[in-house]
Write a protein that binds this ligand. Structure first.
Ligand code: NDP
Length: 483
């Protein structure tokens, strides 16, 4: 399954150039060099894709679930069989370490597809009996043509997380990956062709968000939008899709708290907190970027955490000893660095990191940054309120449980939260009060695909995962039969 220099759209079962014939550069963030070309697609390409999807829908929506399961499972198998190639493509596109692509991103992509392929076999609907009078039963029918738009941080992982439940429930899909990480979506198109997915059932459009993405959101025939990305983009999507009464699932930004109590298992917490702070260069919506530590262990925590952060190896994503590769783009690195400068203006002290790292040889022009730990910032400052989405965390001491909860809840976001304590009563009490869609106690990013996934407040609307995703991608209809 080869990666080509010219990426193509996948429309009506074929790999096509964009209608305009225009392409733009795809950078390898580890080297800072252009390595492939991305179709600059527009509304015309989306129109072609929608027409293909509409043609495919009557047959696909009526295809029995066993056949849908078999085709989707075949796609999952092809990804798994080509793990190395997919992982390599993901690493070149995103700058993340090859060990992350190989052990997290790509395995999760084929697991997503298999999970929803099998889930639909068990998907059932309810009936409500009115004794002696009538029976109500619920139909859950595919919506039609739906749009799936995903970000660059977990490219194939999040792309498949949306596409798989949409296809499994009988919808036809127009999907767009981020223009920064399109290659594994291109490989997915090839896998779908090899697996025999009928033409037009899945269509993948490449290009810029405000152009190709916006054309998907605004298309009148696309009836639902499943979007993962930034909160500001989410607002734009609501402005377009809201007045068109489209069904929407929006998974948006986070600024997640990590609350550490003195009674935690210190070693486990330290390993977990390093992971939740810097995995994927902090470019995961679920990373815990605000760390609150009970004052009695604050100094001990600070010393050990800074020591271990300094020890993290930043560099060549293809080296197996690398912990952190390149940030996804030059613009993103500049954005993260602007927050480091802001943190100092706001009164923070950078305890370690926050400096560009020069990696020798072919990686000299790559976008590398050493992981940063900042202390001494007020709770309400921008550094503590806005999503940075990079290898930057702030640490703050607290005295009382209520104070920690208030600080944790004190942003516009509400995606996830982590709590480290051996006191299970306290853990449950706090979980109830946190403004978050996901709470991890004494762990982080431990995922069961059956669980609901999503955020509150500015972190999103709706839930993905398990039955929630199957419900999102189906319309519910009640049929009442009097007897
Ligand atoms: P963006 O919001 O910039 O982009 C997300 C996707 O939307 C991309 O495919 C992008 O295309 C596209 N897009 C951009 N503008 C529009 C538009 N006007 N209409 C339609 N589509 C558009 O997010 P990032 O890619 O920068 O991803 C990082 C963000 O994603 C962070 O805020 C992070 O927290 C969030 N995220 C949330 C998750 C969650 O589950 N809650 C999980 C992972 C990330 P293009 O890139 O080509 O411009």
């Amino acid at each position: 399954m080869a990666t080509d220099k010219y990426i193509k759209n996948y429309i009506n079962g074929a790999l096509l150039p964009p209608d305009s014939g225009a392409y733009f550069d795809n950078y390898n963030p580890a080297t800072g060099k252009v390595y492939s070309q991305i179709p600059d697609s527009d509304a015309k390409d989306v129109q072609l894709a929608v027409e293909a999807a509409e043609r495919a829908f009557p047959a696909w929506s009526k295809t029995d679930v066993n056949t849908r399961f078999r085709i989707l499972a075949r796609i999952a198998d092809i990804i798994e069989q080509n793990l190395e190639e997919f992982a390599k493509a993901e690493t070149i596109d995103s700058g993340k370490p090859i060990k992350t692509s190989t052990t997290i991103d790509i395995p999760r992509a084929h697991q997503n597809i298999r999970f929803f392929a099998t889930a639909v076999l068990h998907f059932a609907s309810e009936s409500h009996h009115m004794p002696g009078e009538a029976i109500n039963y619920t139909l859950r029918q595919p919506i039609g043509v739906v749009g799936c738009i995903s970000p660059w941080n977990l490219p194939l992982y999040l792309f498949t997380w949306k596409i798989a439940p949409a296809l499994a429930t009988g919808n036809c899909v127009i999907a767009k990956p981020s223009e920064m990480t399109p290659m594994t979506a291109f490989l997915l198109a090839k896998a779908c062709m090899e697996a025999g997915l009928p033409d037009g059932v899945l269509n993948i459009i490449h290009g810029y968000g405000p152009k190709a993405g916006q054309a998907i959101v605004a298309h009148p025939k696309i009836k639902a939008i499943s979007f993962t990305g930034g909160t500001e983009t989410g607002k734009k999507i609501i402005q377009t899709a809201g007045p068109m009464f489209k069904k929407m699932s929006l998974e948006l930004g986070g600024k997640n708290p990590n609350i550490i109590f003195a009674d935690c298992d210190f070693d486990e917490m330290m390993i977990g907190t390093l992971r939740s702070s810097f995995t994927n260069n902090g470019q995961i919506c679920l990373c815990g970027s605000r760390i609150y530590v009970e004052r009695s262990i604050y100094d001990k925590f600070k010393t050990e955490f800074v020591k271990r952060t300094r020890f993290l190896k930043v560099g060549d994503p293809f080296s197996t000893v690398t912990d952190m590769g390149a940030l996804v783009s030059k613009a993103h690195m500049e954005k993260v660095m602007s927050y480091l400068a802001l943190a100092e203006v706001e009164g923070g002290t950078i305890l370690c990191g926050g400096k560009p790292v020069k990696v020798k040889g072919e990686y000299e022009e790559g976008y590398y940054l050493s992981p940063a730990v900042i202390e001494g910032l007020p709770i309400g400052c921008r550094t503590n309120q806005e999503e940075i989405f990079g290898p930057v965390v702030t640490i703050t001491p607290f005295d009382k449980e209520e104070e920690a909860i208030a600080m944790a809840n004190g942003t516009q976001f509400g995606l996830s939260a982590t709590v480290w304590t051996k006191d299970i009563t306290r853990a449950n009490r706090i979980s109830e009060q946190l403004h978050a869609g996901i709470v991890w106690i004494n762990c982080w990013l431990l995922r069961d695909l059956r669980t609901p996934f999503g955020g509150v407040k500015a972190s999103g609307v709706g839930r993905e995962g398990g039955l929630e995703a199957l419900r999102f991608f189906t319309e519910t209809k009640n049929v009442c039969v009097k007897y």
